[in-house]
Design a protein around this ligand. Structure first.
Ligand SMILES: Nc1ncnc2c1ncn2[C@@H]1O[C@H](COP(=O)(O)OP(=O)(O)OP(=O)(O)O)[C@@H](O)[C@H]1O
Ligand SMILES: [Mg+2]
Length: 269
């Protein structure tokens, strides 16, 4: 698979504090890469650095064949890298439709773009004239995802989209993310629901104290309890999605991901 995003030796600082140190990773074209790690590991910082919200102090970021680390955020967005930040980033007093049109401003074929987004997010089609601030939490998360999708990005970088949502909504959100991937958009996903993330991801990257602690396929991680415990177990039980809805969603997702990767074995009895 061709690399779409390539970080090489990236360092990022807040003043003297080094938040990312020698981070190298690749997001291949068409892939979902899950970025995991405990609180404060540097996941949000990595997405901010990639999208140009923050400048790096060392290293290089190649996107779609060209270096982007010196470009401003709007120029990076225009090249097809959509960043959906932590928190929702929507305009509460505008309607769903207006929020989408603003996000899609300048995108080719505005009307067609709206239709496509409504197809992907039927709940937003139903609520198109409702003020965004009155949507439920899950609907608002759908809207922020849709605002990223409407620009038809090559890469969608999503930060903790499921934060604060009930497990059933998280499962829906992940189904939608899978459909976005199937439509040809690569995804860099920061996620607290580790099990959901592992089912969807082609590659997993674990950050720990600003460094890459693990890169591999989800299957490798699922069999390595010590790795999981040392880097992911500490945060909360939510990290491993112990809710029953999560377990129910497993067979369907496992089938979908096994179709995508011939190499990976998902059957664990
Ligand atoms: N604006 C800032 N100024 C100073 N330090 C910051 C700033 N933003 C983040 N940090 C620090 O950088 C480190 C990485 O933070 P970051 O937000 O990237 O972590 P994270 O992996 O996204 O964590 P979480 O899972 O809690 O969202 C943390 O130690 C954090 O306190
Ligand atoms: Mg974060």
């Amino acid at each position: 698979m061709k690399p779409l995003l390539h970080l090489r030796g990236v360092e990022a600082r807040y003043g003297h504090f080094v938040a990312l140190q020698n981070v190298s990773l690749i997001v291949p074209e068409g892939a979902v890469v899950a970025l995991l790690g405990p609180n404060g590991a540097g996941k949000t910082t990595l997405l901010r650095t990639v999208s140009g919200m923050m400048s790096l102090s060392r290293g290089e970021i190649i996107f779609d064949g060209a270096p982007i680390q010196r470009l401003p955020d709007y120029a990076i967005a225009r090249r097809g890298l959509a960043h959906i930040p932590e928190g929702r980033g929507i305009f509460p007093s505008l309607t769903v439709r207006e929020n989408l049109l603003m996000a899609g401003y300048g995108a080719p074929n505005g009307d067609g773009a709206l239709g496509r987004v409504y197809e992907l997010f039927p709940v937003l089609a139903q609520r198109r004239e409702q003020a965004a601030g009155t949507l439920s939490g899950g609907e608002q998360q759908m809207l922020s995802l849709a605002r990223g999708v409407i620009t038809r990005p090559k890469l969608l970088a999503v930060d903790e989209l499921s934060l604060g949502l009930a497990p059933i909504l998280v499962a829906q959100l992940f189904d939608t993310v899978a459909r976005i991937r199937d439509s040809g958009t690569s995804i860099l996903l920061v996620e607290q629901y580790v099990r959901h993330a592992l089912r969807l991801a082609d590659i997993v990257v674990i950050l720990h104290k600003g460094r890459v602690a693990f890169i591999g396929e989800p299957g490798e991680l699922a069999h390595d309890d010590s790795l999981v415990e040392s880097y992911l177990g500490g945060k909360s039980s939510a990290r491993f999605g112990v809710a029953s809805e999560d377990a129910v969603a497993l067979p369907m997702k496992a089938t979908a991901s096994s179709q995508r990767s011939k190499k990976r074995r998902v059957s664990r009895g």
